[in-house]
Design a protein around this ligand. Sequence first.
Ligand code: NAD
Length: 527
Amino acid sequence: MKKIKADIKAKSESKYKKIPVYDPKTGEKIDEIIETPVKEIKNIFQKLTEGQKEWASYGLKRRKIKILKIKESILVNIDEIVNLISKDTGKSKTDVIMSEIYPVISTIDTFVKRAERYLSDKEINLKNKLTINKKSYVAYMPKGPVAVISPWNYPFQIPFREIILNLLAGNSVLLKGSPETLLVSLKIEEIIRFAGIDDNIFQNVLGGKEAGEEITKYPWKHITFTGSVEVGKRIMAKAAENLTSVTLELGGKDPMIVLEDADLERAANGAIFNGCFISGQSCAAVERIYVSNKVKEKFIKMLVDKAKKLRSYIEYPSDYDIGPITTKFQYDKILAHLREASKKAKILTGGLPQKGLAGWYIPPTVVVNVNHSMKLMKEETFGPILPVMGVSSIQEAIDLANDSDYGLNASIWTKNHSLAKKIASKLEAGTVLINDHLYTQAVSRAPWLGIKKSGIGVSHGAWGPRSMAQLKHINYDVLPLKRDLWWFPSSANKYDAFKSYIKKDFWRKPAIMLKFIKEFLLLFRKF
Ligand code: NAD
């Protein structure tokens, strides 16, 4: 670890371009990090392409040993890592341990234990009389060098989990974290080096848009991107030039539907937590609430009371519920949404922060009298803002929930599970939760995906490591015959044999009956 720190220091004293590091709690610049020169990216791609072959040749067992060293390094240095992530993002230490450290440790544990189950060869039953002499299996092969491009809101867990799954699958990895949270990216690199994974297998590119544009020029075997819809589209277009596959985990505008029979205390606690956790800077935060008109007033009052009780970092610097917004541009965007909405909507608590407060603080905010003409209800806000609309029917709630370009998470709050499941089937979202929201992103065995503009592909669960691997189908003979049935020569006998096989095996009885009835009726009409 010491060597890497020395390298970073040496670099920071050189003439390279530097990226500033800000403290979100004060808004002040606290450090600067040397950018990776864009012209180095070509060499990095080549190095990772070569290095991947060796990493793949290790096999699952040896790769797992290295990955377990990553876990060891995190666990030994847990407080130091938590403090660093908290400093770079402004999140409280509790938020960091829950949403950054726990998912990484759990991912390593889950996938190291289940790697064989997910990635070893699987026989396929071909169930075909013609191929009775054939057997098949699928293998999950390493893909090659891959790129992981990630955002600032979960700068540790999002890239780290993707890196782990790719390493496990036998790929070499380039990481490009967000330029807003480079202290965390450097920490990831340090941890990976501690595990004995060298720069033939893992590389950390420090940079922003320009570095991202350069990375996506190269023929990676896969790009896992987490970030905004706009950049996701751009990356997909660039990847198409090399036919590189992509996983895109993009933005969200998650709806929460509260039915009249909901446990309102749980629903209000759930709205406050899932809307304001890490100051609402989660892709799957509650961003819109649709509540039955029958319980609306009571529910809103509960929300306002609970929002007022949340503790901010300004009053409680070492133990807070609401931290600052991590980046200045996100802070400005949230304020713009609030300003636009406040021309017609009513802010019941929170709202625009008082002038002169330290850092990029936005208080927990409850807004009513909102509608879908406002950005606050249609675009991703990414702040601790809870806009609430009353609805007079379940159908109205479903229609409003689906009136969005996004489809990441959605939730339904009710005591009636069978009704909730029916509603869930109609909601356009990758994940629908009943009486909860958001948390499954951290659960390693659950799939994570967005539909509509929220993404393409699935990470985590059995789907995660498999989507990082290259599926290969292998087929072989059981007995060594001189030729297969369908090989040359063509003949009338072969034609008849195939016809009778097709008719016997694939012509289902109901279809024959239907044809017979149709012909009979036609005949009948003629007389
Ligand atoms: P962003 O799209 O601005 O940036 C993401 C990454 O892409 C950064 O590393 C950035 O430097 C890089 N980048 C920017 N322009 C690029 C280009 N032209 N080519 C290649 N790379 C480029 O997103 P952000 O502001 O860092 O993150 C917030 C967004 O991420 C939100 O929309 C949020 O919903 C989304 N997000 C989604 C999930 C999910 O699981 N679906 C999880 C976390 C965050």
